[in-house]
Design a protein around this ligand. Structure first.
Ligand SMILES: [Zn+2]
Length: 267
């Protein structure tokens, strides 16, 4: 069945990259709407066709309107099985970072089932993509399963592996609370690039060579957040998938390339 949310929910907070305040409404939508962003009177469907940037986040652009950092709210809706919703930015141009995870989003959502069947797709062919030092693999499956290997050449970081069959319950408890993260040694360079202008201990897990500076929600929180990100990126296919996705150090760029290939193969 298709699903939407029961009532309008509002969020407010700074964008992690812009560092400025945003206000967002997540609203119910009728059957077959899909997930649609809105800003300044324009709509942008949550589709891989409108991705304009994948550097440390996924930005969508259409009709000269750009919405930054769409991946966590998209991950939330996809992970919770919500097929129809309008996400309207009433102020700012970036999705509020909240605490860097999907926790605030999932905790506010009440789900409403709609009487029309949703489009569930089981891909027919495997897809394997690689780029310098990372890879992503997709295989047809009877469930929606994500596996990931997180590894960084950063002192003190031990490689992490996790594999989960994703249901709304698993998403809520095992994935949603995991925060985006960075290492202290990366912060200056990211800021110089104009990124993470709003990043802080309040909206990201910060690690140095000795471990987490602001506590861990799970011992393997980083790999769980990478799974959260893949779910948000794959949501840009616009369909519910039955497949196994295995990412090895992949980021938004490679994840989105997988979503693009997948969407093309579905037409
Ligand atoms: Zn993320």
């Amino acid at each position: 069945m298709q699903k939407t949310i029961k009532k309008v929910i509002s969020f407010e907070g700074i964008g992690i990259h812009t560092g400025t305040c945003s206000k967002m409404l997540v609203m119910p939508a009728s059957e077959n709407t899909g997930i649609v962003f809105r800003s300044k009177g324009y709509s942008i469907p949550a589709s891989i066709d409108y991705v304009c940037d994948t550097v440390h986040g996924v930005n969508l652009k259409h009709n000269n309107i750009e919405i930054k950092s769409c991946e966590h709210i998209l991950s939330t809706l996809y992970g919770m099985g919500i097929t129809n919703a309008i996400i309207e930015l009433t102020e700012g141009k970036e999705i509020p970072a909240m605490d860097g995870s999907s926790k605030a989003f999932v905790e506010s959502i009440e789900i409403e089932t709609q009487p029309i069947a949703k489009r569930v797709v089981k891909p027919t062919e495997p897809i394997f993509l690689t780029t310098k030092g990372s890879a992503i693999f997709l295989s047809p499956a009877d469930e929606f399963k994500i596996s990931f290997v997180a590894e960084y050449n950063y002192p003190g970081f031990t490689p992490q592996y996790k594999s989960l069959v994703i249901s709304p319950e698993v998403y809520l408890n095992e994935i949603a609370p995991s925060r985006t993260y960075t290492f202290t040694g990366w912060v200056e360079n990211l800021k110089k690039q104009g990124l993470i202008q709003g990043g802080s201990m309040e909206n990201a897990l910060i690690m140095d060579e000795k471990g987490a500076l602001n506590g861990l929600r799970f011992p393997d929180e980083p790999v769980r957040h990478k799974m959260l990100d893949i779910i948000g990126d794959i949501a840009l296919t616009g369909v519910s998938l039955k497949c196994w996705i295995f990412g090895i150090k992949s980021g938004h760029s490679l994840n989105c390339e997988l979503a693009r290939r997948l969407k093309c193969s579905l037409i």
